[in-house]
Design a protein around this ligand. Structure first.
Ligand code: GAL
Length: 312
């Protein structure tokens, strides 16, 4: 089954697939892709697939008309601004919380007029593809929080986001139910202006991929690693070319098959002039013996979910 990088991707009904800045989870033999969709009243759309290539539209899981419900902390529940216009919901990420059976979404929230809210927001649902209930936006411990990602490791969940007008990267441990921030466990890359964080673990190392801040225009991707999240991430190394092969990280897909584990960098190829013509690229990540990570630019990616093998 082949992915065509940078092409227009359609769902199984023939409609253009909108899941930008997204995230994929596997739940009961099915992959679910959540991502941004800015059409009509939509914020987040969800698609399902068994082979990671053919995607079936499931639902617009978060919209401007989604039900809003306060949680135990005080948040801003508005899904439209004072003028009744849509806000901005960006980079939605979802984790399944086993104990509660809930799918928990974290995302970046702005008021639809500027980027001054710099807030994180949460929504939940009892099924992967149902209507998510919105629980509002807030600034974690008062910090700014823009481009973000979620990461789960040994049952603990982490939220990473660009802070202080994107100058620094923050990593927060979430509470046991994934519904709130527990504490800031690391602040790093002081003044480096990194965004679009995407985190993956391989063996006992954590690798964090990011872009520089140039809006929709692609720039040089970088990555860094650590053996302990609390230590933060050290010095960055470049990955890909000066435009990261014309992409910005959305997330890293860890494909565990019967024979092997493959790592796929999922990037957004944004079109700033025409947002809904933004495309996707799925590139292999190769972890070399010497510790370096390589991003492989390729036209097509052949994925075998059974074995976990990819060809390009
Ligand atoms: C990028 C960011 C995107 C979006 C865009 C808006 O830097 O990664 O998620 O916010 O800016 O200009």
């Amino acid at each position: 089954m082949k992915i065509k990088n940078g092409a227009v991707w359609k769902d199984t009904q023939g409609n253009i697939l909108h899941a930008h800045g997204g995230y994929i989870i596997k739940y009961e033999d099915m992959y679910y892709w959540y991502g941004e969709n800015r059409l009509d009243n939509i914020y987040v759309s969800c698609y399902s697939s068994k082979d990671l290539v053919n995607w079936t539209f499931c639902n617009h899981v978060l919209t401007a008309d989604s039900k809003a419900e306060e949680i135990r902390v005080r948040t801003d529940l508005r899904l439209r601004n004072e003028e009744g216009k849509k806000v901005n919901i960006e980079r939605p990420k979802v984790l399944y919380h086993r104990e509660s059976g809930r799918f928990v979404m974290w995302m970046h929230y702005e008021n639809g007029k500027d980027y001054c809210c710099a807030a994180a927001a949460v929504a939940t649902c009892d099924t992967p593809t149902g209507d998510f209930v919105y629980h509002g936006s807030f600034n974690p411990y008062g910090y700014m929080s823009r481009d973000c990602t979620l990461f789960e490791d040994n049952g603990r969940a982490y939220f990473l986001s660009s802070s202080r007008d994107n100058a620094d990267m923050h990593m927060y441990l979430l509470q046991d139910d994934f519904m709130n921030i527990e504490r800031l466990i690391a602040a790093f890359w002081q003044g480096e202006y990194r965004e679009a964080p995407a985190l993956v673990k391989k063996d006992d190392m954590y690798y964090l991929f990011t872009s520089f801040c140039t809006g929709w225009a692609p720039n040089q991707g970088k990555y860094a690693k650590t053996d302990c999240l609390e230590k933060g991430f050290g010095k960055m190394k470049e990955i890909g070319d000066e435009t990261t092969y014309h992409s910005q990280p959305a997330f890293i897909l860890k494909l565990k098959g019967k024979e092997t584990v493959s790592y796929i960098y999922v990037g957004d190829r944004w079109n700033g002039e025409n947002y809904h013509d933004s495309r996707y690229v799925w590139y292999p990540l190769i972890f070399h013996e010497n510790g370096d990570v390589e991003l492989v630019e390729c036209k097509e990616l052949d994925i075998d979910v059974e074995t976990g093998r990819i060809r390009y």
